[in-house]
Design a protein around this ligand. Structure first.
Ligand SMILES: Cc1cc2nc3c(=O)[nH]c(=O)nc-3n(C[C@H](O)[C@H](O)[C@H](O)COP(=O)(O)O)c2cc1C
Length: 200
């Protein structure tokens, strides 16, 4: 099956809309990196993917990280029919661990991320171990991950066991260092929540 737009691995394009049971796939991806940046291939997406890969490696998850770039199908999210968004909703809901990233816009997550997550019914992310990740211009808005994104994910039923990961634009040049520092404090909580053994 061809990959849905914005997705690096295949997902069944079945609806995840209110009033319908979440679709079930026989081969769910284990770790997903999602960017809510309206700009495609953004630095936010890059740091989300790098974080997801680091988490997967640390937890010994060998399946490839699946990427969801909401910018690739932003135009359909507010329309009545949104098959690419539906496929992405399914992929995200079936993740064991999901890194959900957004640039900070107006001290919060982007409207694009909210519009996408609004497509879920209640508890649409039930049991997904989620990592809120925010990229901000100013360190003053680094708490947007804890203050705004975490409650949104919890409302959807996700488990958010570790601190939100906040990166400033100034840190993006060496995001590996920021990822290592965040992971050192977060890996154990993520492993316990996701039912994985820590690899090291
Ligand atoms: C519309 C808009 C609103 C923004 N609002 C904020 C803000 O309130 N606080 C902040 O720290 N950065 C703000 N920024 C800066 C972005 O957070 C920053 O440029 C972005 O995270 C960089 O990631 P990117 O390269 O993936 O786009 C804003 C940027 C835009 C375009």
């Amino acid at each position: 099956m061809a990959a849905a737009p914005g997705t690096t691995s295949s997902a069944t394009p079945t609806p995840g809309r209110s009033g319908k049971e979440p679709p079930v796939s026989s081969t769910p991806p284990s770790v997903v990196a999602l960017s809510g940046n309206p700009r495609p291939r953004s630095r936010t997406l890059a740091v989300a993917e790098a974080t997801a890969r680091a988490v997967a490696e640390r937890l010994g998850v060998t399946t490839p990280v699946t990427t969801l770039d909401l910018a690739d199908f932003a135009g359909e999210i507010l329309t009545p029919e949104h098959p690419s968004a539906d496929a992405a909703l399914t992929t995200l809901a079936q993740a064991r661990i999901a890194v959900i990233a957004t640039p900070v816009y107006k001290a919060s997550y982007t409207g694009l991320l909210k519009a996408f997550l609004d497509l879920y019914p209640a508890d649409g992310l039930l049991g997904v171990t989620a990592v809120p990740l925010v990229v901000s211009g100013s360190p003053a808005h680094a708490l947007a991950g804890e203050v705004h994104l975490r409650p949104l994910l919890v409302e959807l039923g996700a488990v958010v066991p570790a601190r939100a990961f906040a990166v400033t634009e100034a840190q993006l040049a060496d995001s590996g260092q920021a990822i290592d520092a965040w992971l050192a404090r977060s890996a154990q909580a993520l492993a316990r929540a996701a039912g994985q053994e820590e690899g090291r």
